[in-house]
Design a binder for this molecule. Structure first.
Ligand SMILES: [Zn+2]
Ligand SMILES: [Zn+2]
Length: 334
């Protein structure tokens, strides 16, 4: 395959600026990386947190994007799992060291030397991207490239969040009904859970969307659900939802926050945490999360609700996401 020297990419040059369409060099790969011709890249809330400077340490200039799907055009000399032509996906966690204390105890998602796709290494808002073999996954059949893209972050982080809620529960609250929630709701319903969907007050469109996906109840986040929740997943970056979910929860419930950034959590009386309720966050993902979700998704089967836009419309997609004007997810396509 003929690999050009230059490619088009959407680049964040300076903090606080919009992305610019630029011609840049196609990335070089090392022995453990693959070069991927990108066909689709999902737009994630984390991209907004980077561009809006809530995540403060991006490499600059930066090519954002960490829900990447494409085909391998070149594999490094020590790459074992993949060959040219394979269809693959690349998630947020892009590299771990394998030797820090977290890696050694199986918490690679907390690696101190981790690199993050579209944040500390270049991502997928481009025609090509380089990715480490360890954090590249085969994409299951049954999805076209753009449909598969949201599985790589919304799906994966959502899945880890869901997994951290435990296994034995019936009534699951999901706060913030966007890209992650729409994937996890389908998995939860498939697992026999009852899903209660909470949206911004008055967002009947998102509430109807949740019901279409099998939620037994959907309503405003300011209103109590008809039953006490056994677990709650929080995908909206709104700290006030933590005490709201605690108040709506039953004894022993886990409240799990899936976001990388959240506004401050207001103080709350101890009695809403009492009776062994748990609050926890999830960070990043592990390879196990990736392998499990990409096996499970076609079995459910999870359907992803996407809106396709050309790669050079990235700013438009980000602006609409900031305003909350999307069901499911935007996917940029080449
Ligand atoms: Zn490590
Ligand atoms: Zn993401």
């Amino acid at each position: 395959m003929n690999i050009p020297g230059k490619m088009k990419a959407m680049v964040l040059e300076k903090k606080g600026e919009k992305l610019k369409e630029k011609e840049v060099a196609v990335p070089e790969i090392n022995d453990r990386q693959v070069l991927i011709k990108v066909s689709a890249c999902g737009v994630c809330h984390t991209d907004l947190h980077i561009i809006d400077q809530e995540l403060t340490e991006p490499k600059l200039p930066l090519i954002p994007g960490h829900e990447i799907v494409g085909h391998i055009v070149k594999a490094g000399a020590n790459v074992k799992k993949f060959k040219a032509g394979d269809r693959v996906g690349v998630p947020w966690l892009g590299y771990t060291c394998g030797y820090c204390k977290y890696c050694k105890r199986g918490q690679e998602n907390l690696c101190v030397n981790a690199l993050f796709t579209g944040y500390t290494i270049d991502g997928g808002y481009a025609e090509y991207t380089a990715a480490y073999e360890d954090y590249t996954f085969h994409i299951p059949e049954g999805y076209d490239d753009a449909e598969a893209a949201p599985l790589l972050c919304a799906g994966l982080i959502g899945y880890r969040t869901y997994r951290m809620a435990g296994e034995i529960f019936e009534n699951l609250g999901i706060y913030g009904f966007g890209a992650a929630a729409h994937i996890i709701a389908q998995i939860a319903v498939h697992d026999g859970k009852k899903v209660y969907a909470f949206t911004r007050p008055g967002d009947t469109e998102a509430q109807n969307f949740a019901k279409q996906l099998g939620a037994v109840w959907a309503g405003d986040s300011t209103n109590p659900p008809p039953v006490k929740l056994d677990a709650a997943l929080i995908f909206a970056p709104v700290g006030a939802l933590i005490p709201a979910a605690l108040k709506a929860s039953d004894k022993g419930a886990s409240i799990v926050s899936g976001g990388i950034h959240m506004s401050d959590i207001p103080s709350f009386p101890y009695n809403i945490l009492w009776e062994e309720r748990v609050i926890r966050s999830v960070a990043n993902l592990t390879r196990r999360d990736g392998e499990e979700l990409l096996k499970l998704a076609p079995e459910v089967p999870v359907q992803t609700e996407i809106t396709r836009l050309p790669m050079n419309k990235a700013n438009e997609a980000l602006d609409k996401l900031r305003d909350g004007k999307v069901d499911g997810a935007f996917v940029l396509v080449n």
